[in-house]
Design a protein around this ligand. Structure first.
Ligand SMILES: Nc1ncnc2c1ncn2[C@@H]1O[C@H](COP(=O)(O)OP(=O)(O)OP(=O)(O)O)[C@@H](O)[C@H]1O
Length: 259
């Protein structure tokens, strides 16, 4: 299921404002890629271009290429809704539909894709997705209760269950633990390590220990200067980035000298 994403010469605009310039990188399947860098350098903006969510902002657009396996995600005949089905996203704040039951939250995306399913198949999908998100045991006896009744960490795992229920190839996570306590954070990190055997995972994180713990590859984004666009400074094996980066700015950032 996991797919490779090739990004080539990507420039990302909000109207006339060039927010991110010239990103080229390969995102490997069945692995976790972490994106780190100081605030405002364009990590989240870049992440949202990978599943065509960026263009939901009026006036926002990209130039350059994003190719998933052999599919040009910005090709003229490509339906962005279909791209978002293949490339799921988990956000900073857990955002289950508050009045919907846990069960309905898991199948919400599947229903949106207007797939008609038998009740037994739907039940199996709910169980499989909640198990994949390591949440099944905690909620199996209250599937009809509202998703908003769960703890923050459980809600975030519910959102992950909702994302995996549509069987995407890629999972994008934008600071998925920043609103969670350390125990819930550990649960999500464990989950990422398990999910990467089936998915391509890209995570934006401000937590460098987290990037070092969970990712195989790390990309460091930075602004060239104030008022200049952000860009990818270097991308390499996580061990290398955290022990012997090629660029001084990466070392300065990871050793806490700025950002
Ligand atoms: N909706 C928007 N409209 C206009 N400009 C935006 C919008 N969202 C972000 N930007 C600008 O794009 C640039 C990159 O922002 P982005 O949020 O991607 O950075 P980031 O590295 O993810 O930051 P943080 O770590 O603080 O979340 C910034 O200059 C920001 O002000």
């Amino acid at each position: 299921m996991a797919k490779r994403i090739e990004v080539n010469g990507l420039d990302i605009y909000y109207g006339n404002f060039l927010a991110v310039q010239g990103v080229s990188m390969t995102i490997q399947p069945q692995s976790v890629t972490a994106l780190i860098g100081p605030s405002g350098c364009g990590k989240s903006t870049f992440l949202r271009t990978l599943n065509r969510m960026h263009e939901l902002v009026p006036g926002a657009r990209v130039e350059g290429k994003v190719v998933m396996d052999d599919q040009d995600l910005y090709g003229a005949d490509v339906d962005p809704v279909n791209v978002r089905r293949q490339i799921g996203m988990v956000f900073q704040r857990p955002n289950p539909f508050p009045t919907m039951s846990i069960y309905d939250n898991v199948v919400a995306g599947v229903k949106l894709n207007s797939k008609r399913m038998k009740k037994a198949d739907m039940d199996a999908l709910v169980e499989r997705s909640l198990r994949a998100a390591n949440l099944w045991d905690e909620v199996k006896d209250r599937l009809s209760k509202p998703g908003s009744g769960l703890s923050g960490g459980q809600q975030q795992r519910l959102c992950i269950a909702r994302a995996v229920a549509v069987q995407p190839e890629v999972l994008l996570m934008d600071e998925p633990c920043s609103a969670l306590d350390p125990i819930s954070t550990m649960a999500i990190e464990d989950l990422m390590m398990q999910l990467k055997s089936e998915y391509t995972i890209v995570i934006v994180t401000h937590n460098m220990q987290q990037a070092a713990r969970v990712s195989d590859t790390t990309g460091f984004f930075n602004l060239k200067a104030v008022g200049e666009p952000g860009g990818l400074v270097e991308v390499d094996a996580t061990d290398k980035i955290f022990s012997n980066p090629s660029v001084q700015a990466t070392e300065d950032y990871i050793s806490g000298r700025f950002g």
